[in-house]
Design a protein around this ligand. Structure first.
Ligand code: C2E
Ligand code: MG
Ligand code: MG
Ligand code: MG
Length: 288
């Protein structure tokens, strides 16, 4: 009997896997078209200085408006694009569009662009970034490339070289989703990041578990000792922003300050934005 139940579970699991494989294949097929038919777009989310709450940069987030499925989130299609080799043209397109959007907005501060690990280890990355900067006339010091730590786990030697080459172009590099992967604190000493982004899972814990605050506080202290700036992601409430500011966090990003929008957000956030944005954020969450 137990064996039968077990067998049933295995079959259900296999059916589920098969559905997932088919789903990925369908997305991959449509993704080719998405690129050529202009279904991809960008959104921008403000990042504010923790003290002044002025916008210092925006993070660019890729969007896919699928003709039938509607909006497909990047957490779903970016892994498929990585697998299918499509992340290279998509990533290049995102970077170019971001530089173009920002070239006309000298007062907009910096722009943060996510790099896939697949892009990071591709042999042309540095040349691609250099030529995109050249062709768009975008000042490198206003570009921040966000990478996740997965690229540092496997190959220490070349990851360091790529990082140095990027920094040699004059761009800044941020370590994204800090704390979610293997998070060896020694990465921070070993590689010259300009900033780290504390993952939203830690910010979420503020007020829930005291460990959350303790970890954030330790990470900020360590980063600052190494001359690295700290941004907190996923700030959704005023008390989180205040706690992070008190701990010395440099910059804040999250629905409390602004959700991703179709145009870059510049300057001081529209008067009294926080309360309104917060309501909007919770509404969005309810709908999700
Ligand atoms: P990420 O780089 O860590 O981006 C932050 C994600 O958190 C975004 O989700 C953003 O909309 C969301 N977020 C911002 N503030 C809040 C908040 O207060 N609460 C909550 N719950 N979420 C918040 P999004 O746009 O769905 O992107 C998800 C991930 O997809 C990104 O995580 C990034 O890893 C990847 N991604 C997005 N755009 C690109 C891209 O152009 N290239 C690559 N390679 N990856 C991208
Ligand atoms: Mg990011
Ligand atoms: Mg992140
Ligand atoms: Mg992420």
């Amino acid at each position: 009997k137990a064996k039968q139940v077990g067998r049933g579970r295995v079959l259900a699991f296999e059916a589920c896997m098969e559905r997932e494989v088919l789903e990925r294949r369908a997305i991959e097929r449509d993704l080719h078209e998405a690129v050529s038919e202009g279904q991809l777009g960008l959104q921008f989310q403000p990042i504010v200085d923790a003290r002044s709450e002025k916008v210092v940069s925006n993070e660019v987030l890729v969007r896919w408006q699928h003709p039938v499925r509607g909006e497909v989130p990047p957490d779903v299609f970016v892994p498929v694009a990585e697998h299918a080799g499509l992340i290279l043209p998509i990533g290049e397109w995102v970077l170019r569009r971001a530089c173009q959007a920002y070239a006309d907005l000298p007062e907009a501060g910096a722009v943060s662009v996510n790099l896939s690990p697949v892009q990071f280890i591709s042999p042309n990355l540095v040349e691609m970034v250099a030529s995109t900067l050249r062709q768009t006339g975008f000042p490198p010091e206003r570009l921040i490339l966000e990478i996740t730590e997965s690229v540092f786990i496997r190959d220490f030697g070349s990851a360091g070289k790529i990082l140095s080459a990027l920094k040699g172009l004059g761009v800044k590099v941020a370590l994204d989703d800090f704390g979610t992967g293997y998070s060896s604190l020694s990465y921070l000493r070993q590689y010259k990041f300009d900033r780290i982004k504390i993952d939203k899972s830690f910010v979420e814990e503020i007020g829930e578990r005291s460990e959350g605050l303790a970890i954030i506080s330790a990470v900020i202290a360590l980063a600052h000792n190494l001359g690295i700036e700290v941004t907190a992601e996923g700030v959704e409430a005023k008390f989180q922003a205040e706690a992070l500011r008190t701990l010395g966090c440099d910059a804040l990003q999250g629905f409390y300050f602004g959700k991703p929008s179709d145009i870059p957000v510049i300057g001081k956030l529209p008067g009294g934005a926080p309360e309104r944005e917060l309501d909007a954020a919770f509404e969005a969450e309810d709908q999700a």
